[in-house]
Ligand binder design. Sequence first.
Ligand code: ADP
Ligand code: MG
Length: 698
Amino acid sequence: MNNIPEYFGCMVFDDRAMRVTLSDETYASMKKTINEGLELDISVANAVAAAMKDWAVSKGATHFTHWFQPLTGITAEKHDSFITPIPGGGVIMEFSGKELIKGEPDASSFPSGGIRATFEARGYTAWDPTSYAFIKGRTLCIPTAFCSYGGEALDKKTPLLRSMEALNRQALRILHLFGNDEVKRVHTMVGAEQEYFLITREMFDRRPDLRCTGRTLFGARPPKAQEMDDHYFGAIKPKVAEFMEDLDEELWKLGIPAKTEHNEVAPAQHELAPIYTTTNVATDHNQLTMEMMQKVASRHGLVCLLHEKPFAGVNGSGKHNNWSMATDTGINLLSPGDTPHENMQFLLFLCAVIRAVDDYQDLLRISVATAGNDHRLGANEAPPAVVSMFLGEELSSVLDAIEKDMPYVGMEKTQMKLGVNIIPKFNRDTTDRNRTSPFAFTGNKFEFRMVGSSDSIACANIMLNAAVAESLEAFADILENADSFEDSLHELIRKTVKDHKKILFNGNGYDDAWIREATEERGLKNYRTTPDCMPHLLDKKNTDMLMHQGIYSMVEVKSRCEIILENYCKTVLIEANTMVGMAQTDILPAVSKYTDSLAKTIQSKRDADRSVSCRYEMSTLMKLSMLNDSIAEKTDELENELLTAGNIPETDKKADMIRDRLIPKMNELRTLCDQAETKTAKAYWPYPNYTDLLFSVR
Ligand code: ADP
Ligand code: MG
C-alpha cells in the first residue's frame, strides 16, 4: 500500500465519511455537536447511527462496541453484533441512535475504588462525538465515556473532557480581555511521543518475569548496553523497519497521524511520534497506538515491551506529552507573537502555566505515579521526581527583566526599553534542548516528560489542564476588575514571575546538587515513590482546586487515590511472587546443578592427578555454594514479607510496607541472583541473559 493519502483514515468515520454518508441537515447538526458540544437530537442520532452502521458494514464490520478507558489504564470493549432477527427467520443489520449514544456494559469487574457498590454493578457508557468512531478488526468502535448511575466518572475520559472544558472557559475570559472576541473555543493540543522496546517472541517466552510482569526481575548487566551511544538515530534494523512500516500503515488506516519512527537511546528501544491533535483525541490515539504496537509486533514474531523499566541499568521508556493551547481560529497561545501586544498575551498564558506547575507540582507527580514509573523517575535517564520547568535562556532573561523592572538585553544585544506595552520581541528558543527537565518549553509548546510509557496520557493532561484553568481563572478575576488593564496586566506578570520563579530551572536536572537545592533551598517537592506522593492527592488545596474546576467530585478523587495505590500494591506483589517462583523453581536448582557438576569435575580431576589445583572449579564452587545459600535464605525472607503484606487490609498501609520492606528485599534477592548469573555457566542458567534479550532482533 503506497498510496497513503488514499487509505489514511479509511477505517475512521471522520469528517470525510460523514460528509459522504449523512444528509446535509444531519451533517450540520453533527458538526455543531462536535464543535460546540451541543447535545444531539435522537432523530439526528438515529440517522447518524444508520449511516455509521452502513459505512461500517461496507468495510466488513459485524459488531459494534462502546470503547472506553476504565481506571485500569487499558481500554475496554464489549462487542455486540449488529444483527437483529426478523419474523419468519433471517436477520437484518441494525444499529439505532439509542445504541450509539448510550451503552450499558456489565462493568462490575472494572475497578471503581469503592464508588460502585457491587449491588448496583452497572454503569453506562456515553458517546464522545468529538472523537471519531473507527473500525478495528470486524468491530465498529465508538469512543465513549463511562459513568456510574449516580453520575460519577468511572473512567479517564470524563474528567479529561471536563478539564478541557474548564480550561476553555477560563482561557476565553482572558482572550476576550485582549479583545479577541471572534475566538469561540480554546483547545489543549497534545502530541505524545511513545517509547518502547522490541524483543523476539522466542526470548520473551523464555522469561517468566517478562511474561508475568512486563519487565525483567533478574538479569546481570550486559557488557555492552547504551554506553556507545550508537543506537540512537542509528540505522534501523531490517526486522524493525518491517515492523515500523506495518505499524505506520495500521495507524494511518485508523487516522492516527504517526509521523516519525526512530531508534532510542538503549539497544532495542524505539520511539514513535504522532502529529499533535486535541487532547481527548490524542489520548484515544495513544491508547490505540499502544494496542497496535503489540498486535503488529506479534505478527512479526516480536514482542513490544511498553513497561517503563524492562531492563535494570538500561534506559527506561517514557512518553513525552507535548502540550499547548490553541484557539479555534488557529492561534497557538504558547507561540510568542510578532507584536508587543501579542507578546503580552503570550507572556500571560506562559505565566499561567508557570503558576500552575509550581502550585500543583504534586498533582503533576501524582498524575504519573505507577509502580513501573517509580523505577524510572530520578534514575539518571528520565527526569527526576522533582518537578521543575525549563524555559531556556532567552525567555528566562525576558521574565527576569520583567520581574526586576529592568531593561531587557535581547539576544542580539540590543537594549530595549521595557514599558507596560513595550515587551521586546524575542525569537523562539530552539537551540537549547534540555533533556533532563521534567517540564520544558520547546518553542511553542511544553513537553511534560514524566509520563510513563505504559500509562494513559489522560491523567497527566487532566491535572495540567485543571491547574492551568485555575491560574487563568485567578488572572481573569484580577484583570476583569482592573482600573487599568495594561498596568494591571504588567503587574500581574511581574508578580507571578516573582512568586513562582522557584519552579524555573534551566540547569542539569540529573545533578545531585540540583535535587539538594530544589528541596532544601527552593522548597520543591521530591516524591520518590507512588506511596510517597499519592496521599497528597487528597490535600485540601488539591481537592479544592479539582472540585472548584469541576474535574472531580470528592468521591471521584478518593476513588482514584485508592485505585492507584491498589494498582501499585498488586503490581509489586505480582512481581515479588514471580521472583520467589523463579528463584525456587529455576535459579536455585540451576545453581545447585552447576555446583554439583563442578564438584564432580573436581573429583574426577583429582582422581586422575591429586596435585591439580582445580582453581576455577574450586573457587566457583565455593562462591556459588555460598551465594546459593544466601539466595535460598533471601527467598524465604521475601516469602515471609509477602505473607505479611497480604495480611494488611488497608491499602495505604500496605503500599507503605511494600515500599519500605518488600521492594528492598526484592532488590537484595535480585543482587544475589545476578551475581550468581555471572558465575554460572551459560548452559546451566535457565534464562536468556540481557545481551540475548537486547540484541535479539536483527
Ligand atoms: P521535537 O522533536 O523538536 O520535540 P517535534 O516537532 O518532533 O518536536 O514534535 C514532537 C511532538 O510534539 C510531536 O508529537 C508533535 O506533533 C508535537 N507537537 C508539535 N507542536 C505541538 C504543539 N503546538 N502542541 C502540542 N504538541 C505539539
Ligand atoms: Mg521531543
